[in-house]
Design a protein around this ligand. Structure first.
Ligand SMILES: Cc1ncc(COP(=O)(O)O)c(C=O)c1O
Length: 334
């Protein structure tokens, strides 16, 4: 499988492996052995999980002679910011089609999108259609636009996390221990699909991958994970080793919907910050971590389980939602 993976064009955007960090104080608090896989710490433009996907997506675009990238996401999208950054590195033009939710005030990721020189287009209609229209306009002007779906959730993007699965297992083996669970935030579900496919394709059956949805209902998220594992396996030319029972999504920690921030989310962010100096964001990793805390406290992970939380980035969102976070910090006594 790894030999097949290395046959795909890749454009280097970060230094890997990212750190796998022990979290002794949170481990004690939660009764599990917790580690953070620090994909937030990859160096491209404040980092995050999209860097791995973009290495393959930009590699694909460059190998086919495209000169422009178009993508979409919410107004605070990390994926949009990192696509803009990757485009700068690769010498491509970047167009970002941004949708609600999120304020259009120039803060956080949106500020960085502008700083990185991306063309930002706001829309309230179907972003997929908007991207098609924009691509057609750019083609008429003589450009060659490569359209990247939201979150880099295409079979090519998924390859980045297939590779991450191999990287993680190598680090775990070097530590001389096994792991029981990987917990991550499910947005477009591409990270989940890639990790699960990668682990099973490597013959790692004993590690459960638990996706905590930040917006989608469980059934819809599972459908996307299933579809993306099928499509990425086909792209790799392998039989999909992922079984139905392997696809685990929890949707109890959406907290009112995608982009909605509650006290529980800020509480989880505060726990990670005060115990381990880990900065989570309120839209993705804060929600997923709130889920991990609650699952751990309710005995979902047998005592002493080794659990890896994928820190998938998102720190600029903290500064886009600063007022909401501050008001929870000021008004509650946790
Ligand atoms: C910080 C962060 N974490 C997690 C996710 C979820 O990843 P995926 O879209 O692959 O499910 C995203 C993007 O959607 C993100 O920006």
């Amino acid at each position: 499988m790894l030999a097949r993976l290395s046959s795909f064009p890749k454009y280097a955007l970060g230094t890997f492996p990212t750190p796998l960090e022990q979290a002794p104080r949170l481990s004690e608090e939660l009764g599990i052995e917790l580690m953070f896989k620090r994909d937030d710490a990859v160096e491209l433009a404040l980092g995050g999980n999209k860097v791995r996907k973009l290495e393959y997506l930009i590699g694909d675009a460059l190998s086919k002679g495209y000169d422009t990238v178009i993508t979409t996401g919410a107004t605070h999208s990390n994926h949009a910011r990192l696509t803009a950054a990757a485009a700068v590195k690769a010498g491509l033009r970047a167009y970002l089609v941004l949708t609600p939710p999120g304020s259009r005030e120039l803060k956080g990721n949106l500020l960085l999108d502008k700083l990185l020189g991306a063309e930002v287009v706001f829309t309230e209609s179907d972003p997929v259609k908007e991207m098609e229209i924009l691509a057609e306009e750019l083609r008429e002007k003589g450009l060659k636009p490569y359209v990247i779906p939201a979150g880099g959730a295409s079979p090519v993007g998924v390859l980045g996390y297939v590779e991450a699965a191999a990287e993680l297992m190598e680090q775990v083996r070097a530590l001389g221990k096994g792991i029981n669970y990987v917990v991550l935030a499910d947005g477009t579900c591409a990270m989940h699909a890639g990790l699960l496919l990668g682990l099973r394709a490597l013959g790692v059956e004993e590690v459960g991958v638990v996706g905590i949805s930040v917006g989608k209902a469980r059934g819809a998220a599972k459908d996307v994970v299933r579809r993306l594992t099928n499509e990425a396996a086909e792209l790799l030319g392998i039989e999909n080793p992922v079984r139905e029972g392997d696809i685990v999504v929890v949707d109890d920690y959406v907290f009112g919907g995608y982009g909605n921030i509650t006290k529980e989310v800020v509480e989880a962010m505060r726990l990670a910050a005060t115990k381990e100096a880990i900065i989570l964001d309120p839209v993705y990793t804060g929600k997923a971590f709130a889920g991990l805390i609650d699952l751990a406290r309710n005995g979902y992970f047998p005592r002493g389980s080794v659990v890896v939380f994928i820190h998938s980035g998102g720190s600029p969102i903290v500064f886009q939602y600063d007022e909401q976070i501050a008001s929870f910090l000021q008004s509650t006594t946790f």
